[in-house]
Write a protein that binds this ligand. Structure first.
Ligand SMILES: [Zn+2]
Length: 139
């Protein structure tokens, strides 16, 4: 199915130009796989959480998360935070508000995740999970 695009056809979007980069049609494919701004953000966050999948495979990240249950939960929270913040940036751009630099957006996402991780009860975690979490909190 041609995805040019449901957002436009459903009147979620007033025209089909990407609000973030202003250079391409705002299709689902562009937002999550093609937009250089989003690609830069997700690659930065992915490096933090030690996921180095090719960007094109970012949705596989959800399906094929690696590691223990705790690591999978944190990876899932990370992907959800990326989707939320990317969509929020898209909507801020739509209303002509300032778009954060991709690296700043990535740092905002990472900081939010760090706060959530710090709030976790870590007493019953396996030592390897504790070490992995400690690395996430430090870098
Ligand atoms: Zn774009």
């Amino acid at each position: 199915m041609n995805t040019k695009d449901k957002l436009f056809k459903l009147n979620i979007s007033e025209d089909d130009t990407c609000y973030i980069c202003g250079m391409n049609s705002e299709s689902i494919d562009h937002i999550f796989f093609g937009c250089h701004y989003i690609k830069a953000t997700i690659l930065h966050v992915g490096a933090w959480i030690e996921i180095r999948l090719p960007f094109r495979d970012v949705l596989r990240w959800r399906l094929e998360k690696m590691g223990t249950r705790v690591q999978k939960d944190i990876q899932n929270a990370t992907l959800n935070a990326c989707v939320y913040h990317i969509w929020r940036q898209r909507n801020l751009s739509r209303h002509d508000l300032t778009l954060l630099h991709p690296q700043k957006l990535a740092l905002l996402i990472i900081e939010e995740l760090r706060l959530r991780i710090e709030g976790m009860d870590k007493r019953k975690l396996h030592a390897s999970d504790k070490q992995w979490i400690q690395r996430l909190l430090q870098c």
